[in-house]
Every structure is written in C-alpha cells, then in structure tokens.
Write a protein that binds this ligand. Structure first.
Ligand code: AOF
Ligand code: ZN
Length: 344
C-alpha cells in the first residue's frame, strides 16, 4: 500500500514518544511490562503501531508487525522504535528479536535495556543478524515501566506502603476501630490503586480486626483486574472475607524478604502493603519499601496505633525522607506520595 504523502513524518524522538503513548494503553498490573512499538520508514512516516496488552498476548513488536501485515504495508528495511529492548527468549510468546529479523526490519531503536534473566540480549541477537540495534534512552519510556524495572532488577516485587491516618499519624482509634478515617474520595482512590497492583498484603491482625475484602472496587463494585490477596503471619484467619475465593495466599512468615521472595516466584511485580502497623513497620525496618502512599485526614485522635513504629531512628538527621513527592487533595483529605530511595 503506498504511503500517502500527507502521512506525518516523525523524528526518532517523536516516534519513541508515540511508542510510549501506545505502551501506556497496556495494563499496569500483571507480570509483563508495558511496551509500545512504532515502525517508521527511513523518512519517518509511520508504517505500523503496536503495544503489549498483557502476559500471554503478543509483544509490542509482534503486534506492530501484525498491524503492518493486516494493512498490507511492507516493512522491509524500516526502523522499529521500541520502548523496551526486544526480547530474546521464548516465554509465553516467541522472541521479538527473531520476529523483527524475519520481517526484514532494517534498524531497531530501543529505549530501555531488558533486565529479564531469560529475555535479555535481543540487541546482541539483532546485531548478530546484521540489524543495527541502538540503545536510545528516553525518560518517558523509563517512567512507563519504572516499577516493573525495579522489581526485575531487584528480583522482588516493587513495594508500595499504603495507609490512611489522622493528622497526628494514627491509623486506628484506641479501641482498634479504623473505619473510616478518610472520606469517600480518598477511599475511591485506594480502589483505583488496588486495580493497578498485582497483590495486596495485610497482616493477620488486620484480617481479624477489620475483616477487609481487599478487592479493587474503582466504580463502587468489584471490577477490572483483581489483586492477589496476601495474608502475612501465622494466626488462623479461617472464614475471613479474604478467603472467599482462591485468589488469596497465606504466607506463614514475618520476614518481609521471605514474603517478597515467595511473591516474586509467583510473578508478582507490584505489591501494595496495606497494614497494619506491625507489617508496615517490618517492611520499613527491612528497607523493603519503595514508595509510600499516605491518605491524611484533617482529624485528630490523640491515642491509637501509629502507622510506622520502632524504626530505630534516633535523631532528625536520620529521618527517612521521601523524594519525588506529590500532594493530591481528595475531598477534605490529602494524598501524599513519595519514593523511598535509601538503601536501594
Ligand atoms: C518485548 N516486547 O512487548 C514485552 C516484552 O512470557 P512472555 O513471552 O510474555 O515474555 C515476557 C518477558 O518479555 C518480560 O518479562 C519482558 O522481559 C519481556 N517483555 N518484551 O520485546 C514486549 N512485553
Ligand atoms: Zn518480545
């Protein structure tokens, strides 16, 4: 099919921007990264586009090649702009480095090197096949898979610690009641976040006291991908709501590193740790929190459990400070997020 002269002509940076936008349409949760691919002619005309829709579905490059094929577009000698280095392995699907080679692609620009133990090395394979594969770093492409990338390089899930507290840092009242510290908007936001992670962990005490369902209810009802429900600790919690179906897992260990090792085995890439204070504190003490999401309500309790305790920080100079901080008003409450960079 001839390319119309009115087709937009993109610089390689613009083609990668477009690949990032496409990749962003993929699911945030799941074992695989979000990846986009744009194939252009030597002049920068877009020939084909594709993105990865989740584990088990075609990778971005294969989706773009299928797009070209369906529309009868010849990609011989064309340039593929991919947000992640093409994979080099047969996992749930075949190796993209080979698919690009077989399709006659002339050049590959990729933004992030694949950290996967089995999947990395696609650039070397392409080069060996006589196809120039160039690493062209791109901030948007790195941001697209920031959590997944950290999980893969650290061989453990990316950990987000989440809690709701009063202005004086209390997660619950003295009698243990914790419903509801924050208002409706903040609670709705939590459900959005739950839909973007692979698993949610709480301790047995939280299951006993709150009997949470730990589902993602972004529109009020359970919908979209549901996280694996993980209960940490050894106390029995039979009959609790978390056990309503088999998308749940008990881990009889109090060691956060052991919990994460087990979840990594299960291809959990992002974990939301929702409490209570014992579990949250254990993850902080172990240096195994990557990100904090705190919903702060304009309320004061004066008594009751605080979210994080006993970190052994003796003086102000040693305060655990967050970076890349965001503040989002949610009704009367405020969401504060930030990254924990220490020890990473
Ligand atoms: C790519 N393009 O679009 C994606 C890649 O089990 P599989 O076959 O789906 O392989 C998963 C691994 O492949 C994943 O961990 C990551 O290293 C890479 N993902 N690679 O070339 C893509 N999604
Ligand atoms: Zn691939």
């Amino acid at each position: 099919m001839p390319i119309s002269s009115s087709a937009p002509q993109l610089t390689s940076g613009e083609a990668m921007d477009l690949a990032v936008l496409l990749g962003g349409q993929g699911p945030q949760a799941g074992p695989n990264p979000r990846v986009g691919c744009v194939i252009t002619s030597a002049e920068g005309h877009v020939l084909a586009k594709g993105w990865h829709k989740g584990a088990g579905t075609p990778h971005a490059e294969v989706a773009a090649l299928a797009d070209a094929h369906e529309r009868g577009v010849d990609v011989t000698g064309a340039t593929a702009h991919v947000t992640l280095e093409p994979c080099n392995h047969t996992g749930r699907t075949g190796p993209c480095a080979q698919a690009l080679t077989d399709a006659g692609i002339g050049r590959v620009l990729f933004a992030v090197t694949d950290p996967g133990e089995a999947s990395h090395g696609g650039a070397a394979t392409l080069n060996a096949n006589g196809i120039e594969a160039i690493h062209t770093p791109h901030d948007g492409a790195a941001a697209l898979i920031r959590r997944w990338h950290k999980a893969m390089t650290h061989r453990r899930p990316y950990v987000i610690a989440k809690w709701a507290s009063t202005l004086d840092g209390r997660m619950a009242a003295a009698d243990g009641t914790a419903f509801w510290i924050t208002g409706e908007q903040a609670r709705a936001h939590v459900h959005q976040v739950r839909g973007q992670v692979d698993a949610i962990a709480v301790g047995t005490a939280t299951v006993e006291v709150d009997n949470p369902s730990l589902s993602a209810r972004p529109g009020g009802d359970e919908s979209g991908p549901q996280p694996l429900r993980v209960v940490i600790g050894s106390r029995p919690t039979d009959g609790a709501k978390v056990w309503r179906d088999d998308n749940a897992l008990a881990i009889h260990s109090h060691d956060p590193a052991a919990v994460l090792a087990e979840l990594h085995q299960r291809e959990v890439r992002t974990l939301l740790v929702e409490g209570g204070p014992t579990v949250l504190s254990a993850f902080f003490a172990a240096g195994l929190v990557d990100e904090v999401n705190t919903y702060i309500a304009p309320a004061i309790l004066g008594d009751g459990a605080t979210a994080v305790n006993g970190l052994g920080i003796p003086t102000m100079a040693d305060t655990l400070r967050l970076t890349e901080v965001t503040h989002t008003p949610l009704g009367a409450d405020i969401l504060v997020t930030g990254l924990v960079t220490e020890g990473t």
